[in-house]
Ligand binder design. Sequence first.
Ligand SMILES: Nc1ncnc2c1ncn2[C@@H]1O[C@H](COP(=O)(O)OP(=O)(O)OP(=O)(O)O)[C@@H](O)[C@H]1O
Ligand SMILES: [Mg+2]
Length: 594
Amino acid sequence: MNKQKTKSKNIMDSMVVTGIALAAFYWVCESFMYFFLEPEANIIQHVLGPDKFQTWTRLLVLCIFVIFGSHFQYAFNKRRLADEALLQSEEKYRTILESIEEGYFEIDLDGNLTFFNDPLCKILGYSRNEMQGMSTRAFSTEDTIKKFDDIFEHLKNTGEPVNVTDYDAIRKNGKHVALELSASQLKNSEGRTIGIRGVLRDVSERKQAEEERRKLENQLQWAQKMESIGTLAGGIAHDFNNILMGIQGNASLILLKIDPSHPGYEKAKNIEKYVESGTELSKQLLGYARRGKYHMKATDLNDIIENSATLFGRTKKEIQIHKRLAEDIWTVEVDRGQIDQVLLNLYVNAWQAMPEGGDLYLETENIVLDHNFVKPYEVEPGNYVKISVADTGVGIDKENQERIFEPFFTTKEMGRGTGLGLASVYGIIKNHGGYINVYSEKDQGTIFTIYLPASEKDVDEAEALAVTILKGTGTVLLVDDEEMIIDVGKELLNELGYDVLFAKSGAEAIEVYKQKHKTIDLVIMDMIMPGIIGGEAYDRLKEINPDVKVLLSSGYSLNGQATHILRRGCNGFIQKPFNIKQLSYSIHNIIGKR
Ligand SMILES: Nc1ncnc2c1ncn2[C@@H]1O[C@H](COP(=O)(O)OP(=O)(O)OP(=O)(O)O)[C@@H](O)[C@H]1O
Ligand SMILES: [Mg+2]
């Protein structure tokens, strides 16, 4: 405020001083003039004028000079102040323009830069000199040039400002930068359009973050979809296995009772074969449904790959198999049967993708995955064993790549593929705490990469499988809510030499066991039953007899629930459908060694 007052006072002072100075100058000049024109006049007459009229005229002119001088100074001051204000405001706006992050520019009607701020140079990576007069086309992509032409057109037609959210530009180093543009008309003082002014924002980081978020959301949605289809697939596989159990049991019984020369013998053998294919199918479904893993064993993956590749190579001579297996590979804890299933599915797919033959590359490697790497896959960072299965086949296009892990997605003709192969691969690997991804180029080939968490344990030795039927003696209590399973199970157990009691529910099993536990050697119990389920029934049986021997059976593979029961002391698990050999082996393992 004070500053303002002093300023106005200065202005006033300078106006008065100029007026007086001008008037004094005039007075002195006139006095000198009289000094020469009227030499006879005295000094007073020289200074005041020779007569009264002269004196008054001089006073009048003096006043006019004071007024004129003041006015001149006033106009001059005003102009100077306006210039100063203009300079200040220009300085202010320049500071604002240079301190913002956005790039500001003005271009003429030919698209050449006429004015811009330093942030624009920073965004585009050019120096100020290089950008002087540069055409916007120099840093625009084909697509952006077209957009810019549209903006020109729009501004010309409507005069309304335009916002463009995806404006792609090319930096001096050739890299693309994602920008947002707000543009409006640039007019001269007569209101004529002389170009465009605009603000460019670098939104690359935001776009990248958005892209990552979108990817994560898609992944989550995809995982949820897979999860719910998995539940459905698991349910179907469970019921399917129970039906297969009935068929398998009956076929086993027929085969036991008839001679190989009997005309029905081959037919019953065929039924067993069909049951086997059915079991394969439900195995895939269960693999996908992630219904547990059983027989987890610390394993050397190189051994599994060697064995499976040798077996596969023997049957598919047109495929050249190349192996590069890392030495000192870390141990992984896996269900060997399931990993075999994973590899076989990948080999078969590769073979089908190379109808004319080709190369199959199998590789293993120890790898440490950090937090950033595993983030999108919902797995823990740490030590992993990486397996790659690569082929030189037809490849998978981008669209199909997004769907290949979905159950029942197949591009193969009817009868050739069910679309469950990769779905089960996905489920099994997920269930082992690992993950799988795919990289493929159309007509170039496909690489599947699997990561399985490494384990600290030493490798377990392989287990011998039953080769013959092992008969035995004793009494077995068979518990299942399916009539068909009871019927067929009873007969199978009789054939194996056991006496059979049965119960159709958990409650009935507890009742029977209460009365006859002294004579019962083994309980074979279904996991899922209405009312009291297997787990609860097991605990009640254990209350009656802490040494009770129980073999759990289920149409599901060994899942979390069954694992809990096994941990509580339950003696074994058998998955339906089982044949008489597998059943005899499982029973023998529990009560045969008495
Ligand atoms: N190595 C590969 N090369 C080219 N395409 C592949 C490859 N592996 C999988 N695919 C594509 O993914 C689809 C799904 O594979 P998936 O193994 O799940 O089912 P499928 O092989 O069609 O049937 P199934 O395995 O049940 O017999 C295949 O139909 C095929 O189009
Ligand atoms: Mg397949």
